[in-house]
Design a protein around this ligand. Structure first.
Ligand code: ATP
Ligand code: MG
Length: 417
């Protein structure tokens, strides 16, 4: 893409009403725009990044044989009354709206109820189990605190996966697989080293649930981490009894601020019993379906990567989710030979599938460099009179600042990998 065709402008100053680093950088770099607190628009660079995250998640969901759907955000109160979750006293984040005929609808903050109801039509016997269904869909939550930028939105994207089983044992096995797949996802987006499986509160059907917590000073959660054992416990459940049960000593635990990027949960028969999702077992007896739910926030993930992988100059995208691979800068752009060389390189890279943002705006060198660092693509390539004279290109690696002069062959080889 040509930078001159990108309508978004970068900003030198952070917006005054944003305190979170992730939102400040993403807004300055033109990835997102804020509408009101906790509500963001995705601009071309932000949308590309979000879609890369989603693509990566989809390919991991395939490993679980999960199939994708997309359910409506609008929620029927009757269904939620069956599980006791329509009342604002039991769920404090509902957005609700009124139809012209005075009846109410909710904006979904999660989808256990409608997915359970949907599957009633499609699960009849043990032969129809197990099933795993997911969506990447917009959720709404009337959050009170929205100081964390994309990490806590009032409108946000969630990947919600639900699984349906004949037995508890079958769901436990699937739960383990999801846990592994989630860790692969966090690794792939560059958060692997600082994201920990964390014991958190469970429900009526399992003592614990598990969260995936990414260490960050900007986090709103506190976990106790036993780094040698790679286990963490959420502050909320870290009682002496729990630590004892998990074989952890108080002395080996270090408190850390963290961001919950994912959460896996055994639902048991809570929703199936309330909504009537039953199956006939091999003896023809009706049984409630055993369920699990597994959430992960693509937009929170985007915010978290922006928060923890950035530096004082701007964003630092891992190759796996960067909106483009290369930021191509042309200096002395009025020199026809230089411009022709830059254009040819751009066309070559595009042809080879190396996604390139060609900054053809003809600004001062310092402005190009500042924007390149701020936007944070993995590689910066500079074409100038000087590099042309040496028949080389200048390549800078964003993550470590390393700069090298390479000839075309070496450059292309490196970028294609
Ligand atoms: P939190 O404790 O941070 O409010 P939660 O426990 O309410 O999170 P879940 O209901 O488990 O979150 O939602 C599943 C996933 O959706 C979370 O792990 C997170 O990645 C994402 N998520 C939840 N709430 C938000 C939000 N307000 N903005 C962005 N992402 C969110
Ligand atoms: Mg919440």
């Amino acid at each position: 893409m040509l930078q001159s065709q990108l309508f978004t402008k970068t900003r030198r100053e952070a917006p005054k009403d944003e305190v979170a680093k992730n939102a400040q950088l993403l807004i300055r770099a033109g990835f997102v725009q804020k509408e009101v607190a906790g509500v963001y628009d995705y601009l071309p660079l932000g949308l590309r990044t979000l879609e890369k995250i989603n693509r990566l998640i989809r390919s991991e969901m395939q490993k679980l044989n999960a199939t994708e759907i997309n359910m409506s955000a609008l929620q029927n109160p009757d269904l939620w009354q069956k599980t006791g979750r329509w009342d604002d006293k039991s769920v404090d984040v509902w957005f609700k709206t009124r139809l012209k005929n005075e009846s109410e609808l909710g904006l979904g903050f999660t989808h256990e109820e409608p997915i359970t109801s949907l599957l009633k039509e499609h699960i009849k016997s043990y032969r129809d189990l197990p099933r795993a269904v997911y969506q990447i869909q917009t959720k709404f939550r009337n959050e009170t605190r929205t100081k964390s930028g994309l990490i806590r939105g009032r409108e946000f994207l969630m990947k919600d996966l639900y699984s349906f089983h004949a037995t508890r044992v079958d769901q436990e096995e699937f739960y383990g697989k999801v846990s592994k797949v989630y860790q692969d996802i966090f690794k792939a987006v560059g958060l692997g080293e600082r994201t920990y499986l964390t014991f958190a509160s469970g429900g009526a059907f399992s003592k614990y649930s598990h969260e995936f917590q990414t260490l960050s000073e900007a986090g709103e959660d506190t976990i106790y981490l036993a780094s040698d054992k790679e286990i963490a416990v959420n502050l909320e459940v870290a009682t002496p009894e729990v630590l004892n049960e998990l074989g952890l000593e108080k002395e080996e635990l270090v408190p850390h601020k963290s961001i919950e990027v994912g959460n896996i949960f055994t639902l048991g028969t809570r929703f199936s019993s309330a909504i009537g999702l039953n199956y006939l077992d091999s003896e023809g007896k009706s049984q409630p379906v055993w369920m699990g739910s597994y959430g992960l926030g693509p937009s929170r993930l985007l915010g978290t990567v922006a928060e923890v992988l950035s530096d004082e100059d701007g964003l630092v995208w891992p190759k796996s989710i960067a909106p483009f691979m290369v930021y191509l800068i042309v200096l002395n752009s009025r020199d026809e030979k230089v411009m022709r060389s830059a254009r040819t390189l751009y066309e070559t890279l595009e042809k080879l599938g190396v996604e390139t943002l060609f900054d053809d705006r003809g600004l001062k060198a310092g402005e190009h460099f500042a924007d390149s660092d701020l936007i944070g693509l993995p590689y910066r390539v500079v074409v100038s009179e000087k590099t042309l004279a040496e028949e080389k290109y200048e390549l800078k690696i964003r993550s470590n600042g390393e700069v090298n002069l390479l000839d075309e062959k070496a450059l292309i080889k490196l970028l294609q990998n």
